[in-house]
Unconditional design. Structure first.
Length: 370
């Protein structure tokens, strides 16, 4: 009961204050710090303190910040910038339409019309006339005599004409060179016809030295007895030259992948360690009817159970054929012979193919030994 009486004595109702509509600079405003006692500050000093806390570095700094923020926001607001320029330029050039209905294209068209209308005719005396051009190095416009400008254009056009003529001459020369090269190649690849060639070859060939070693640089000639013609054999007969010079067959370690693509054994020896039951050799279809030199060896590793019967199979398959049942078996072994190495393929082979049901998409590869 005593507490309620104390609270009643300390509280003051706002309605008990005398009200004022205006405030003078020296009027006191009470400030209660809640803990100790109540203070008072003049209205003028309170305004100074509020202004200091609000504008921090002063009113001029606050104005500068506001200007920078507003200008930055306006620049990023592209539609506002366009409208501002449209309104300003429209007023300058005297466009009568309502500003909100005018587009930037309308303004540019109007400016173009004004510029064209205000161009003064130079008359017939072009020698004394000048033209304005933009100099990109100086980044400014400059005036030059119109006749000088015309002479410079003539010089440029003459140089372009000369370059075009030179280009045409070069194209003609290249075409002639190509034609001569084609004729030369045709001569090199065509036959040598001579009615006495057969008898001459019979007398010359026995006297020729014998060359027993493979050499990829050798050229092969073939004589057709019926046509009495001598032919130079093309690249499809290069298998007659033996092992390719760039074929790698030293320092090759065995591998044990489940399948191998042609690029893995096209130009080097392949040693396959068959750790599973089967291995696939995959060929791309565009190699059909091409000659390929292959050296492939198989390693049958020792099983940890020597008495077990093992099965090893080598398949041939085209890379583009995803049918698991369409393959060609070139090697199959079932038995207990462990820890042995055999040669599977060695030499030149022509990649042939078989098809099922006359469907070229159902094909399997076949290697024909040359």
């Amino acid at each position: 009961m005593e507490n309620e009486q104390d609270n009643t004595e300390e509280s003051i109702q706002i309605k008990d204050f005398n009200r004022k509509i205006t405030v003078n600079e020296n009027d006191l405003i009470p400030i209660d710090d809640i803990v100790e006692e109540t203070y008072a500050i003049t209205y003028k000093n309170l305004l100074i303190q509020i202004q200091k806390d609000t504008f921090y570095r002063g009113i001029e700094y606050f104005k500068q910040v506001i200007r920078e923020i507003i200008s930055k926001e306006l620049l990023e607001y592209e539609s506002h910038v366009d409208k501002m320029y449209i309104k300003t330029i429209s007023k300058l050039i005297g466009l009568k339409n309502e500003t909100n209905k005018i587009t930037l294209d309308d303004v540019l068209k109007k400016i173009k019309e004004i510029l064209i209308q205000n161009i003064n005719q130079a008359g017939d005396n072009i020698n004394s006339s000048k033209i304005s051009i933009y100099n990109p190095q100086r980044q400014d416009f400059e005036l030059i005599r119109f006749q000088t400008f015309i002479d410079k254009l003539k010089q440029i056009f003459a140089e372009i004409t000369n370059l075009n003529n030179l280009k045409n001459q070069t194209d003609n020369i290249l075409a002639q060179i190509k034609q001569i090269t084609s004729i030369t190649n045709n001569i090199n690849t065509s036959y040598l016809k001579n009615y006495e060639l057969e008898s001459k070859l019979k007398s010359i060939i026995p006297e020729m030295p014998e060359y027993k070693y493979p050499n990829m640089e050798l050229e092969f000639l073939a004589f057709h007895p019926t046509n009495k013609q001598l032919y130079r054999l093309g690249i499809e007969y290069r298998y007659l030259k033996g092992i390719p010079n760039d074929f790698q067959y030293w320092n090759i370690q065995p591998t044990h992948d489940a399948y191998y693509t042609l690029k893995e054994f096209y130009d080097k020896l392949l040693k396959i360690e068959i750790t599973g039951e089967k291995v696939e050799l995959r060929f791309p279809r565009h190699y059909k009817e091409q000659n390929i030199y292959l050296q492939i060896m198989l390693a049958l590793t020792r099983d940890k159970y020597p008495n077990n019967t093992m099965t090893k199979i080598i398949y041939l398959r085209f890379s583009e054929n995803s049918n698991a049942s369409q393959y060609n078996i070139i090697y199959s072994y079932t038995g207990k012979q462990h820890n042995t190495t055999i040669t599977l393929l060695d030499g030149w082979y022509k990649l042939k193919s078989y098809i099922y049901n006359n469907d070229t998409n159902q094909d399997v590869p076949h290697l024909l030994k040359l």
